[in-house]
Design a protein around this ligand. Structure first.
Ligand code: PEP
Ligand code: MN
Length: 264
């Protein structure tokens, strides 16, 4: 179902009345890794909107490597995202970590994110395949492109064709960056599938210094959009502070991106 042999024209996925992914416009999703407080998410939403972002990101259910790390505000976090949407008009993307909470997340989110760690959680993929909301599917950290497309197929074969693929970096021998952002996955995916492809330079590099150059490179490679972590106070972030941009740096990056991609 994801193959270009089945459907030649690119899929354009409507998120709201004004935002669609996969068309002419490069769509930018931005916000903190985790929703931490009302003030933090509202401040982030206002800042990313002012810089020109189209969608607000923020995790309420966090799939943390350590069980002792901050696990997210859960439903309270979803409510804060909804509040930030009301205040700014930005649609929201947030992660769903298990089938049991998928209906709850779908009540609040405009796009449901499947994280890298759940990219082959087939029960979860089937569950979100039964929902009628766009799904942002991240590439698993050790997944081949073919396996990535098969995970999309799990969602689509349940009836949900609104799948957005996200290259977020893979595990390699290199330790200078958190992951290795596989830029070549973008043109390879665009050749094989009609689904939109976005890139996550934040998780792809793990270091805010490298986010802007890799964001620009991903757009130049043909990405339909980006997802970028932005935090008003990265030093005090509950998760992923080292890779989060301050709002000012994010605004500079958005200016840079507009020079590469006039349709933003
Ligand atoms: C995230 O978006 O904060 C996240 C956990 O991403 P990934 O699943 O790509 O690690
Ligand atoms: Mn994160």
């Amino acid at each position: 179902l994801a193959s270009k042999e089945v459907k030649k024209e690119s899929s354009v996925i409507a998120v709201s009345d004004t935002v669609a992914i996969g068309g002419r416009q490069i769509v930018v999703m931005a916000g903190p890794c985790s929703v931490e407080s009302e003030r933090q998410i509202i401040e982030s939403a206002i800042a990313v909107k002012a810089a020109g972002a189209h969608i607000l990101r923020g995790g309420a259910f966090k799939p943390r490597t350590s069980p002792y790390s901050f696990q997210g505000l859960e439903e309270d976090g979803l409510k804060l995202l909804a509040k930030a949407r009301t205040e700014t008009g930005l649609p929201v993307v947030t992660e769903v970590v298990n089938p049991e909470t998928a209906d709850l997340v779908a009540e609040y989110a405009d796009i449901l994110q499947i994280g890298a760690r759940n990219a082959q959680n087939f029960a979860l993929l089937k569950k979100v395949g039964q929902l009628r909301k766009p799904i942002l599917l991240k590439r698993g950290m050790s997944m081949t492109i073919q396996e990535f497309l098969m995970s999309a197929e799990y969602i689509m074969s349940e009836g949900n064709q609104a799948v957005i693929l996200c290259e977020r970096g893979i595990r390699t021998f290199e330790t200078a960056t958190r992951n290795t952002l596989d830029l070549s996955a973008i043109p390879v995916l665009k050749e094989r599938t009609h689904l939109p492809v976005i890139a996550d330079p934040s998780h792809g590099t793990g270091n805010y210094h490298y986010v802007a150059p890799m964001a620009c490179a991903a757009v130049a490679a043909g990405a339909d959009g980006l997802i970028i972590e932005v935090h008003p106070d990265p030093e005090r972030a509950s998760s992923d502070g080292p890779q989060s941009l301050k709002p000012k740096k994010f605004a500079v990056l958005m200016d840079q991106l507009r020079r590469i991609a006039p349709a933003m």
